[in-house]
Unconditional design. Structure first.
Ligand code: SF4
Length: 337
């Protein structure tokens, strides 16, 4: 019989993927929760009295985040008001089912839930987007719309910050992807535990930044938490898939690789002359953007005009075209006075 490494005298029933320690269930819970508490306090993610929206998808990460944040809030008296914010992309057979899980979390944890749909914000569901764009660039539309939808939802709920369920594996994958793409701007941002798009914007925080995906699954399993585990039916995301497979292969020969990559990403020094995006307010929709018009408006205009590929790719022809037309429009309005 292997005894729990924490010297509690109980039999060990699991091996922690992060440390390799043999632990009993209770000592694993304690270690898991204490590490997240430490991440929150060291990173100064919240202030007493904050209203925090959890970006809730019904998946394992956001479900565990909601459960643990509620628990730590009560245990350590953070004095937070926690609410759930879900984005309904309009993906039949995926998001409609996962939202049922979020509703169960709402009832189980007694938290307010706000669901915002792409349909109400943009007049398009992802089902409709995929019917015109196919399954190649669908995640570009979905990702751009989701980022903005979360900002819009956070504003409606008047929260102080949005907590997302990004875990250590997600962040290590993103570091790798940004290195492989040579995307220094995103590389600089992706390891930050707290991000603001600008001074006035509502910050995003990642309390699970140092939490391994395998441990999140273990925790949810032993706590019998209800979560939705099916993959999105439109999930090609080939590039992230390759980074994930690569990481899994590396992990077999070097178990600490996830933390190593995150630490490497955190330590990278960037030249001061690297071009940083200048954040502004989109003149079309009024939300934060680094370009005029913002990517969400360009993609939406492309869809509405029947030219869905208009905003795909870096500084596309579509973006330049719409920006030019907007300038002309502004010019005309000015000349009318
Ligand atoms: Fe959206 Fe792509 Fe994620 Fe599906 S896999 S939810 S389409 S970003």
């Amino acid at each position: 019989m292997v005894l729990c490494k924490a010297n509690c005298g109980n039999k060990a029933i699991l091996k922690r993927p992060k440390t390799g320690d043999a632990l009993c269930k209770e000592c694993f819970f304690t270690a898991f929760e204490c590490e997240i508490h430490e991440t929150i306090t060291k990173g100064q993610l919240f202030k007493s009295g904050d209203k925090v929206a959890i970006g809730a998808s019904g998946g394992k990460d956001s479900t565990v985040l909601a459960y643990v944040l509620k628990l730590l809030n009560e245990r350590y008296k953070y004095n937070l008001k926690i609410v759930l914010l879900s984005i309904d992309e309009g993906i039949t057979g995926y998001r409609d089912d996962s939202l049922e899980t979020v509703k169960k979390n709402r009832d189980d944890y007694g938290m307010e839930l706000k669901i915002l749909s792409y349909e109400e914000l943009y007049g398009w569901t992802m089902d409709k987007v995929v019917s015109v764009i196919g399954k190649t660039n669908n995640c570009t539309f979905c990702g751009v719309f989701r980022r903005q939808a979360l900002d819009r939802g956070a504003k409606m709920l008047e929260v102080d910050c949005v907590a997302t369920g990004h875990n250590a594996d997600d962040i290590a994958e993103t570091v790798l992807m940004n290195i492989l793409r040579g995307d220094m701007v995103r590389l600089r941002r992706c390891t930050k535990i707290k991000t603001h798009s600008n001074e006035d914007a509502i910050p995003r925080v990642k309390p699970l930044k140092y939490t391994y995906e395998k441990e999140i699954v273990m925790y949810a399993h032993f706590k019998k938490l209800v979560y939705f585990s099916t993959e999105c039916i439109f999930a090609p995301n080939a590039y992230r898939g390759h980074a994930r497979m690569f990481l899994k292969d590396l992990e077999k020969i070097r178990p600490s690789v996830i933390m190593d990559i995150i630490h490497s990403g955190e330590q990278i020094q960037f030249k001061e002359n690297i071009k940083k995006p200048v954040l502004d307010i989109c003149q079309t929709c009024g939300f934060v953007s680094s370009c005029q018009p913002c990517k969400a408006c360009v993609l939406l205009e492309g869809l509405n005009r029947g030219l869905p590929k208009l905003g795909i790719g870096k500084k596309s022809k579509g973006e330049r075209m719409i920006a030019q037309q907007n300038l002309e429009r502004i010019h005309r309005v000015k000349n009318d006075f």
